[in-house]
Design a protein around this ligand. Structure first.
Ligand code: ADP
Ligand code: MG
Length: 398
């Protein structure tokens, strides 16, 4: 554990350098059953970008959400899994499933996932890779990684810091799939400590062990977030074109320690601070210090304006700039472009930025999935993308 957290700041150096030609993992087949508005739907694609158009409520976002289950976690909407089961007018439908073929440099991989209705909570997700049950969702990272931008994220800079940390954590997974397990371990130890402090009388040795775990995982989490934030900031600064140069900074108390001292010393400091805060934390029911208080602070490089003060369109452009930087970095460092799910992104973009986004996607060689109501907004992609219409629970090539 100590060794792991101590080396975390250098984790990206441990990722093997990109192979000769960057690979372009792409979803080439998708089949949904009882997934929200879809009773049963299929789509076959090649590795080019995909444009999905159709009226409001047609099922475009549902389709992107289904794709988002090809990454670890709760999907793009963070919905309860049972909520996704199709609510059929004539009685309940079964548990949802998503099956996909992903083209990878090693050849095609079959991924199957869905809700396990037989589990106790009914909220467990089954995952099969090439027919074999996967022990952990983290196994998906070997074949593809996903990034997404949704209309809900229009509020990312306006509300609390938790969604921003989650956004950043997803970007970190793109480089280091083990990050997810570290975040989960930290949060679990934090919950356990809060419960002990609340319910008392607390066992001192048990508390100490939990705080030790929080310190180790917590500093590793903060260090990984810091490293990715710095790399993205540099990549955004180096970018050319009409997207604003997003400036990114990881702010917070623990995060600042990592600027001033080595990871091991920061770990020790967090452990001491947690031990000293037991009474206060017990009374307030919170955890005063730790990476769960950190924040991703974004501003507009051109104007210096904080993202929250930028216009809606500028905020969208900042987020797109960050995702494009992520895709470029991932391609350079891992030799693998992420599959990009871009839900209604063209809505807030002017014509120049729209064209630039399409050109970037084409240049990256990433399979992007773009949605919109009006096919006309994607005219520049006519030759380089494949177009599908979504209507009445079905997906058809246009
Ligand atoms: N569990 C569900 N069962 C059946 N229909 C659902 C379920 N969840 C959402 N829907 C329906 O799916 C429809 C399409 O949603 P969405 O994909 O968001 O449309 P859009 O094409 O505008 O992105 C909505 O009308 C919504 O009511
Ligand atoms: Mg939608």
């Amino acid at each position: 554990m100590l060794a792991e957290s101590a080396t975390a700041p250098h984790m990206m150096g441990m990722i093997p350098a990109a192979a000769a030609a960057p690979a372009r993992p792409a979803v080439t087949r998708l089949a949904l059953t009882d997934f929200r508005s879809y009773a049963s739907a299929r789509l076959a694609a090649d590795d080019r970008p995909v444009v999905l158009t159709g009226p409001n409520g047609a099922g475009k976002t549902n389709l992107l959400e289904a794709l988002s289950f090809l990454a670890p976690g709760r999907g793009m909407r963070r919905a309860r899994l049972a909520e996704i089961d199709r609510r059929a007018p004539a009685g309940a439908a079964g548990a949802w499933t998503v099956a996909a073929t992903v083209a990878t440099p090693q050849g095609p991989v079959q991924i199957g996932t869905g809700r396990d209705a037989t589990s106790d909570s009914g909220e467990r997700r089954l995952l099969r890779i090439d027919g074999a049950v996967a022990k952990s969702q983290a196994a998906l990272a070997e074949y593809l990684s996903l990034v997404w931008l949704t209309p809900q994220m229009d509020r990312l800079f306006l509300e609390g810091s938790a969604p921003r940390r989650r956004f950043l954590d997803r970007l970190v997974y793109g480089f280091d799939p083990a990050h997810a397990a570290r975040v989960a371990a930290y949060e679990q130890a934090m919950r356990e400590r809060a419960r002990l402090l609340r319910d008392g009388p607390a066992d001192a040795a048990w508390l100490q062990a939990l705080e030790q775990r929080m310190a180790e995982h917590g500093i590793a989490v903060a260090a990984a977030r810091r490293e990715v934030t710095a790399r993205l900031d540099a990549a955004c600064r180096a970018a050319e074109g009409p997207f604003p140069a997003a400036r990114l900074e990881l702010t917070g108390e623990v995060e600042r320690w990592l600027e001033e001292k080595p990871a091991l010393a920061a770990e020790e400091e967090l452990r001491l601070r947690l031990a000293a805060a037991r009474r206060l934390d017990g009374e307030s029911g919170t955890t005063t210090v730790g990476p769960h208080r950190g924040d991703l602070t974004v501003s507009h490089g051109g104007t210096g304006m904080a993202a929250a003060q930028c216009s809606t369109g500028e905020q969208k452009a900042l987020l797109i700039a960050v995702l494009l930087a992520q895709a470029r970095l991932q391609t350079a460092l891992r030799g693998m472009a992420p599959v990009m799910l871009l839900d209604e992104v063209t809505a807030h973009l002017d014509a120049q930025r729209r064209a630039a986004l399409f050109a970037e996607i084409a240049g990256l060689g990433a399979q992007a999935w773009l949605t919109g109501t009006d096919p006309g907004l994607f005219a520049e992609l006519e030759r380089s993308a494949q177009f599908f219409g979504v209507a009445d629970g079905a997906i058809a090539p246009l």
